[in-house]
Design a protein around this ligand. Structure first.
Ligand code: G6P
Length: 475
């Protein structure tokens, strides 16, 4: 097999296999990670190791869109135990501040270890001597250590796309030491927020008693030497230019007008765009909107909420329950307030191509990002980048990583329903001049720090840091 000098390892390939009949069809995978790395991969002559999104698909490496894709096979049991179980029913809820209750099951953990080893082996096989391997996200926290043991010659980076929780929560994890040791196999461990990197360093001090200084961590190796790892915030971003280009396109702008018309030309459109996930605060925003209609502060004649909730992790119990709750709430609100010509909430349990999303962003006067906890929330940045007209208001939860950067958004605590309602009213009433001031400042940040800056900064830090401070080598 062709060996690559740059290898990305992620749970998902950047494409999902959508048909199982004969030649598979491929579609872009969901989530922020793929969006973030796509432009990086286009530039590098690299390989991407990941899962094709379906159980028991055994495929040889193949080239897609200029990148070598190396599929890792997951059996139906792996999907259940490693992906739906440990990744998305243990780590995901635990790392998002136990919004849903994490379940700790030993068979899930055992599967997580097995599958992480498989990814580490696949990466080791794909990498040429001295290559850089960039491991992505919480599904693969053990890979950095496993990979270092297999291939000490590699430069290993890890980026954590989701929050890293406070120590008081993290310490619930029965395998808390193994996970920290797994991550510390990397030379650089990147986080979204300064607070995440701080939580990680604290867990390392408390659990492993390793020395940490500023962003550096002294990691003892089995052979008695020590090396230094860097744990630091590298906030991720988006490919801002591609959103700007789309937002300038005539057909996309025409589509934005068409969307407004098809909703009956309301005076104001609220928009929510999320994977259907309990971390996103969709219920909180529906509650606030429903109350504003009940209080007669808003009327369906003037205002519509468009909620795109893309299907996600549909076999995990917490997601099944959330979907039921949301759909019940939407049905009730619409039943109470819809008229023949106007709907309160246009709810879409679907995923859309980027063109349609940008048209929606352009059509929306107020974007609601009310996450209860979110690593970054790229939708907030996508909305801002798309508003080339410097109009629109972003309501942004302080619990999303994006809040550290987008200081001119209307900041909310989504648990505070009264505060959320006030922010929503303020947004619908905001004068264009104030919208423009806030939007321009937010756009500046997103344009100045796009996903290419993110990956460049991470990879530069990785190149610099690799091998630094190794005792007995070049300390
Ligand atoms: C988040 C995670 C990604 C994940 C994506 C979609 O963005 O950080 O690692 O790929 O959600 O979730 P899924 O479970 O469908 O991969």
């Amino acid at each position: 097999m062709h060996k690559a000098e740059f290898v990305v390892v992620a749970n998902r390939l950047p494409v999902d296999r959508v048909s199982d009949a004969g030649e598979g069809e491929w579609r872009r995978s969901p989530g922020g990670l793929v969006t973030a790395l796509e432009p990086v991969m286009k530039k590098a002559d690299g390989a991407w190791v990941g899962w094709a999104g379906q159980p028991d698909v055994d495929l040889d490496p193949f080239e897609f869109d200029g990148t070598m894709l190396v599929p890792v096979t997951l059996s139906a049991e792996d999907v259940e135990l490693y992906y739906e179980g440990f990744s998305n029913d243990t780590i995901w809820p635990l790392y998002h501040d136990v919004i849903a209750e994490p379940r700790y099951k030993r068979v899930w953990w055992e599967s997580y270890v097995r599958v992480n080893r498989r990814f580490a082996q696949a990466a080791a096989d794909a990498a040429e001597p001295g290559a850089t391997v960039w491991v992505q996200d919480y599904q693969l926290q053990l890979v950095p250590r496993m990979l270092r043991d297999l291939r000490p010659d590699l430069v290993i980076g890890y980026f954590h796309h989701i929050p890293f929780p406070a120590y008081g929560l993290y310490s619930q994890l029965p395998w808390r030491r193994q996970v920290l040791e797994g991550l510390l196999g990397a030379d650089v461990i990147g986080f979204q927020r300064v607070a995440d990197a701080g939580n990680f360093a604290r867990a390392v001090r408390r659990q492993l008693r390793y020395e940490t200084k500023a962003s550096g961590i002294v990691v003892p190796e089995k052979d008695g030497t020590t090396r230094r790892a860097l744990a630091k915030a590298f906030p991720i971003s988006i490919d801002a230019t591609s959103y700007i280009e789309l937002a300038h396109r005539d057909d996309v702008q025409a589509r934005a007008r068409e969307i407004r018309e098809s909703l009956g030309n309301p005076k104001r459109i609220f928009l929510g765009v999320d994977r259907l996930d309990y971390t996103k605060g969709i219920r909180h925003r529906l509650k606030a909107f429903g109350e504003l209609l009940t209080d007669e502060k808003l009327s369906v004649d003037d205002v519509t909420l468009v909620q795109v909730a893309s299907p996600s992790r549909e076999r995990v119990a917490a997601y099944i329950q959330l979907r039921d709750e949301i759909e019940l709430t939407v049905g009730r609100i619409n039943g109470d307030f819809d008229t023949m010509g106007h709907t309160a909430i246009r709810y879409l349990h679907q995923a859309y191509p980027r063109e349609e999303m940008v048209a929606l962003f352009l059509a929306a006067d107020v974007m609601l990002v009310t996450a209860l906890r979110d690593g970054m929330n790229l939708v907030a940045k996508e909305y801002v980048a798309s508003r080339v007209d410097n109009r629109g208001v972003l309501i942004l939860s302080e619990f999303a990583g994006a809040a550290d950067e987008l200081g001119t958004a209307l900041r909310v605590n989504p648990h505070d329903i009264e505060g959320l309602k006030e922010a929503m009213m303020r947004a619908v009433e905001m004068a264009p001049a104030e919208q423009g001031r806030r939007m321009r400042a937010a756009r500046r940040r997103v344009l100045e720090h796009s996903v290419e800056d993110w990956s460049r900064e991470f990879l530069e830090a990785l190149a610099q840091f690799h091998g630094a401070g190794r005792s007995g080598v070049d300390a």
